[in-house]
Design a protein around this ligand. Structure first.
Ligand SMILES: Cc1cc2nc3c(=O)[nH]c(=O)nc-3n(C[C@H](O)[C@H](O)[C@H](O)COP(=O)(O)O)c2cc1C
Length: 185
């Protein structure tokens, strides 16, 4: 049974939810899945011990975390040996065309920085989790949301993730992995 590794980096929890949704889809397709928070990786993790890997992180203040960039740089050789995919979670990904271009730039920046060539990349809208932010962060995010035409009602959280797109991404990736595995037989 193919073993798929999923590693995610999250600050407020939305990327974890997306990764969990991916994990459920992978398991639902009959594959074995290992879901890991980047902060709690098993020691001596060997990425290429898996048949494929999906790795994702969120954007804060225009970039992926240093922790995430370092993870990719450290495991790049392993990630290049197996089919791998990268997803990036941001508010820009759920915006108008200009913002979506910005979200794609976050992806290319990370790939340039690390030299990683994943088989697939995707950007997904994240969340405005006003109820989880402390007051200064809530105030700042409300201002950013207002400028970006997003929800400013801070009495609740707002989720911009397209769950169907997340599901399609997993199906496409597994499809490509299986096809490339057949090609190697
Ligand atoms: C302090 C802060 C800064 C953010 N900066 C950006 C940004 O520069 N660009 C963007 O598109 N989204 C930005 N976001 C939105 C996050 O990417 C979004 O909330 C995402 O869902 C966070 O994912 P996480 O909960 O997995 O960390 C920011 C969010 C916060 C709280």
């Amino acid at each position: 049974m193919p073993r798929i590794l999923i590693v995610y980096d999250t600050t407020e929890g939305q990327t974890r939810k997306i990764a969990q949704r991916m994990g459920d889809a992978v398991a639902g397709a009959g594959h074995q899945v290992e879901l890991n928070d980047i902060r709690k990786l098993p020691s001596g993790l060997s990425v290429d011990a898996f048949d494929a890997a999906i790795v994702g992180a969120s954007i804060h203040l225009g970039k992926h975390s240093k922790r995430f960039t370092e993870f990719v740089a450290r495991h790049r050789t392993g990630l290049e040996k197996i089919p791998s995919a990268f997803f990036s979670v941001s508010l820009s990904a759920a915006g108008m065309e200009e913002e979506r271009t910005e979200a794609k730039k976050y992806v290319t920046d990370l790939l340039k920085q690390t030299g990683w060539h994943p088989r697939m990349t995707a950007t997904f809208g994240g969340g405005l989790l006003y109820r989880e932010y402390w007051f200064l962060k809530r105030w700042m995010m409300k201002k950013i949301a207002k400028d970006g035409g997003k929800d400013t009602d801070t009495s609740k959280n707002h989720i911009y993730t397209d769950w169907d797109a997340v599901g399609r991404f997993v199906v496409d990736f597994l499809d490509r992995c299986l096809k490339s595995a057949e090609g190697h037989q």
